[in-house]
Design a protein around this ligand. Structure first.
Ligand code: PLP
Length: 485
């Protein structure tokens, strides 16, 4: 026994660094704080995108038995992680769907990690679970869903979509032989995470019926009804409509109210993917686009987009949370102390996760600290910036897509070009802009043509950023045109 206790003591000593004392904690935190400040300064003035050629820097520092200094690790981090690629914190990130990352979210994550509160089960931490529930209830209220609605915070829109689709699948009992007869409706503008989710949920062999979009890029409502009738007549079983409020390519909102009405008429589940667009309902002037979405069965909203949180927070909101419970609840002998007697549902019963990040805090802290007002103002500003860009880029001789419904603009340079050269020219232009890096824009393909995209959803994007973007595009077009003569 003596031998064991000696050994235990030696091991305890050796592992004691795992618990730094107060002075050391402060020193570490100061270092990280200094780094954050320098990072924000660099972000203000630096590029939004840097193409990297040095990609094996990190691996030069493999894990070792002995630790190293925080100063050195921050240097490694800066060079290998901060520098190359897109800087999503930069207001100049105008590609894909940005978000930014408000600072108090970082503090929320810090506190969540320090206190390590477990937000999976009500019994384990009622406060953490209530905080998440409060965020879900608030998101439900902006739709507004009925008071009895609920949902779950997850890592992002992809998992939120998967969670909604899973609940729909189980509600309609789509399993076994039923799968091949079941029909899902979506459009060519649906986000690929929906296709992924359908496959993961075992619905890959369902009929995926693609409904055409109109010139406005929205799902054609009459075409949906025709398709449902047609599929029913064939003896198939329509059960799910996947619509989008804020598509990735063009940012349009499907006619969600009309789609809900059709779903109700035929008894189908209506899931709205509003990962990008959902929070724009907070802008008074944009509310009409969302008319009737409160009649949907489930809605995905990404707080790491429209509420400017750092990556890692999505939400699935559902009219009937009992259905989430039916798909995800479990009973395990070793969990018997934790069974839920409270009126608040446990997140672990509503999603595939058991141990999970306490996501509520990174959302609650900024919303409470700043209040809702500044978030609404920033969303409205983003919408107006997109409209401003749409107008100005047209004046520079670009062809533009529809005026932005929310904050995405598509455009391409065509003026004076041979029609056969338009795609190549715009491909060259996007490449040139990526090398330029002042701001980051992305591109997409619509009906076989290359279009450039501007997505304004970083809270740090302001009027001067958009002017800088216009300047960058103008200059690079000029250079490309010169190269072509
Ligand atoms: C971003 C997005 C998703 C995917 O969400 P993640 O948070 O990236 O997983 C799904 N649908 C739409 C419309 C999106 O904009």
């Amino acid at each position: 026994m003596r031998e064991i206790s000696d050994k235990i003591k030696r091991l305890e000593e050796k592992s004691a660094v795992l618990e730094p004392g107060a002075t050391e904690r402060k020193r570490l935190l100061d270092q990280v704080h200094n780094y954050s400040d320098a990072f924000y300064r660099r972000t203000d003035t630096g590029p939004a995108f840097s193409q990297s050629d040095e990609d094996s820097f990190l691996e030069k520092f493999p894990l070792k038995e002995e630790g190293e200094s925080i100063e050195k690790l921050l240097q490694i981090f800066e060079k290998s992680v901060e520098k190359p690629g897109i800087n999503p914190a930069s207001g100049g990130h105008l590609g894909y769907i940005p978000g930014g990352g408000v600072y108090p979210s970082a503090l929320g994550d810090y506190l969540a990690a320090v206190t390590n509160r477990y937000a999976g089960i009500y019994f384990a931490n009622p406060g953490a679970v209530r905080m998440e529930q409060m965020m879900i209830d608030w998101l439900c209220s902006i739709i507004p869903f009925p008071k009895t609605a609920g949902g779950t915070l997850c890592s992002g829109g992809s998992i939120a979509n998967l969670t909604g689709i899973t609940a729909a699948r189980d509600r309609y009992g789509i399993e076994g032989a039923a799968v091949e007869k079941a029909v899902v409706y979506l459009t060519g503008q649906a986000h690929h995470s929906l296709h992924k989710a359908l496959r993961i949920a075992g619905l890959g062999k369902c009929k995926w019926h693609t409904i055409p979009v109109g010139n406005d890029f929205k799902m054609q409502v009459e075409k949906l009804e025709e398709a449902i009738e047609e599929d029913r007549a064939k003896g198939l079983r329509p059960f799910l409509v996947l619509s989008t409020a804020g598509t990735t390519d063009t940012g349009v909102v499907d006619s969600v109210g009309d789609l809900s009405a059709i779903c109700q008429k035929y008894g189908l589940w209506h899931h709205i993917d509003a990962a990008y667009g959902g929070c724009f309902v907070l802008v008074e002037d944009l509310k009409p686009h969302f008319k009737g979405w409160e009649l949907a069965d489930s809605i995905t909203i990404d707080p790491h987009k429209g509420l400017f949180l750092p990556y890692g927070t999505g939400a699935l909101l559902i009219r009937d949370p009992d259905l989430l419970l039916k798909s995800h609840h479990y009973l395990a002998n070793y969990m018997r102390d934790a069974q839920n007697e409270g009126q608040v549902m446990s997140p672990a019963d509503l999603s595939p996760e058991l141990s999970r990040h306490f996501r509520g805090l990174r959302m609650w802290l900024p919303l409470k600290l700043f209040g809702l007002g500044p978030f609404k103002a920033a969303l409205e500003e983003k919408h107006l910036l997109a409209r401003y860009f749409h107008q100005k880029i047209g004046e520079l001789g670009f062809e533009t897509g529809p005026a932005p419904t929310l904050s995405v603009v598509i455009y391409r340079y065509t003026k004076g070009l041979d029609p056969n050269d338009i795609n190549d020219f715009n491909q060259d232009l996007i490449k040139k802009c990526h090398r330029d890096g002042r701001v980051f824009i992305s591109s997409t393909v619509i009906n076989g043509d290359i279009w450039l995209r501007l997505a304004v959803l970083n809270f740090r994007t302001h009027l001067d950023t958009i002017d800088k973007t216009l300047e960058m595009l103008r200059e690079n077009v000029e250079v490309l045109l010169q190269d072509r003569v």
